[in-house]
Design a protein around this ligand. Structure first.
Ligand code: HGY
Ligand code: MN
Ligand code: MN
Length: 420
């Protein structure tokens, strides 16, 4: 393990827990947590995060996409950076730790370096991405994709449920849409991107381990489907003459579950809207979402093909018009071997079994695959619950994760040189 002038442990776990509580207050919900991209809650969260970064000895700035950065500079101005990142936005009615823990823990690690006046051959850049979940505008990973140089100008026209466009939201946040490309760091000297994140699954708890090594991140595809039949009087239209969009959607959704249960994928229909939405009117229109993922893109794409074949045939048979929009498509990615070894070495030096696992959840780290070497450190969460207010971690596990994460930074150069 690292040795910061004999300081074997970072005292910051309690402060990390308290700071996650504090950021949870920045929410658009009166009870519950919802913080979405380019909102006033995002603004408040950035301001507090910047203050903590500055207190930890970092220079801090907001980039052209609204991401919050801090740099703990190396004495060597020309040094490469190690980026420690995760996201500050949430899903609706979220837990306190998905994304947020990774940003707050990274600041705590830098604070330990700063307090012990540790000089590194690398800059440490901490980033809190403004949008990973895609809650407000539907398309995900907007913040990290801006940094990766993958911003698409077509996104400016995306609208939230109030009809505000992404470009209008950027302007109201104080950003200039035409300057979003200034967030692009894909050409910078970056030695690695590392992300500490809750597991959002049950494995570490089952194995009674505080932390784990991530091998790969599942590839996800997301769709919005629209089925259009014919609204009609619930009392007078005979059953064999109906073009009922709701029943057709229900059959599709049941089939999606059946395909997923018999494939190497997970599939979720999380959103369903039908209209006109009256008890005595046959539903003329139904819209629903599909999120489908796998560790193997070919398995995922085969399942998508099977689902589409079923829906197209069913809609033909029931005289329903079927249309769709694919709103997200990210391939499964592998974490860099040498960074997995670094992570495992720090976990082992802490005296724990380094357990490796795939991430079924998507993360900002996946955006940087092929751009920077990337890796993730998972932290146990209670019952594997996430995207839910019951999301929970322990201060003891955070203490372990902080020590391991700091140790990874202290060991980094040895592993980096061995790979380059
Ligand atoms: O959906 C996901 O996997 C991530 O939490 N955005
Ligand atoms: Mn999430
Ligand atoms: Mn997340």
């Amino acid at each position: 393990m690292f040795d910061l002038n004999g300081d074997k442990h970072i005292p910051g776990a309690a402060r990390v827990m308290q700071r996650c509580e504090q950021l949870a207050q920045y929410s658009s919900m009166s009870t519950g947590i919802c913080r979405t991209y380019l909102t006033q809650e995002h603004q408040q969260c950035n301001a507090t995060t910047q203050q903590w970064m500055q207190e930890a000895g970092m220079k801090s700035w907001i980039d052209g996409a609204g991401n919050c950065w801090g740099r703990y500079a190396s004495a060597n101005e020309d040094a490469s950076s190690i980026i420690l990142g995760s996201h500050l936005d949430t899903v609706p009615n979220a837990g306190k730790y998905d994304g947020i823990l990774g940003v707050v823990a990274a600041i705590e690690v830098v604070d330990a370096l700063h307090r012990n006046n540790v000089q590194l051959p690398f800059h440490i850049d901490v980033v809190g991405f403004g949008d990973e979940e895609g809650t407000r505008f539907g398309t995900t990973l907007l913040g990290s994709r801006a940094v990766a140089g993958q911003w698409q100008d077509s996104w400016f026209a995306l609208q939230d449920k109030e009809g505000m466009s992404l470009s209008q939201a950027m302007e109201s946040f104080g950003l200039k849409p035409e300057k979003v490309s200034t967030a692009n760091r894909s050409g910078d000297k970056v030695a690695a991107y590392l992300e500490l994140h809750i597991e959002q699954g049950p494995i570490l708890e089952q194995e009674d381990l505080a932390v784990g090594v991530v091998t790969s991140i599942a590839g996800a595809r997301r769709f919005n489907f629209t089925l259009e039949g014919m609204a009609g009087h619930a009392g007078t239209v005979p059953m064999n003459m109906r073009r009922d969009a709701m029943v057709t959607a229900a059959l599709c959704i049941a089939q999606i579950e059946d395909v997923a249960k018999n494939s190497n994928v997970v599939a979720t229909v999380g959103k369903l809207e039908c209209s006109p939405g009256s008890v005595n009117v046959i539903a003329g229109k139904c819209q629903f979402s599909l999120d489908i993922r796998s560790g193997k893109d070919s398995d995922r794409d085969a399942a998508v093909k099977s689902i589409f074949e079923y829906i197209e045939q069913l809609c033909h048979d029931r005289d329903i018009n079927f249309s769709y929009q694919e709103i997200h498509n990210a391939p499964a990615v592998e974490c860099a071997d040498w960074l997995q070894q670094l992570t495992a070495a720090s976990i082992a030096d802490y005296g724990l079994k380094p357990l490796s696992m795939m991430s079924g959840a998507g993360h900002d780290a996946m955006v940087f695959s092929g751009i920077y070497p990337m890796a993730m450190l998972f932290v146990r969460c209670k019952g594997g619950i996430s995207h839910h207010p019951a999301e929970a971690i322990t201060e003891a596990d955070v203490a372990v994760a902080l020590d391991v994460f700091l140790d990874m930074i202290m060991k980094f150069e040895k592993f980096y040189c061995s790979d380059s």
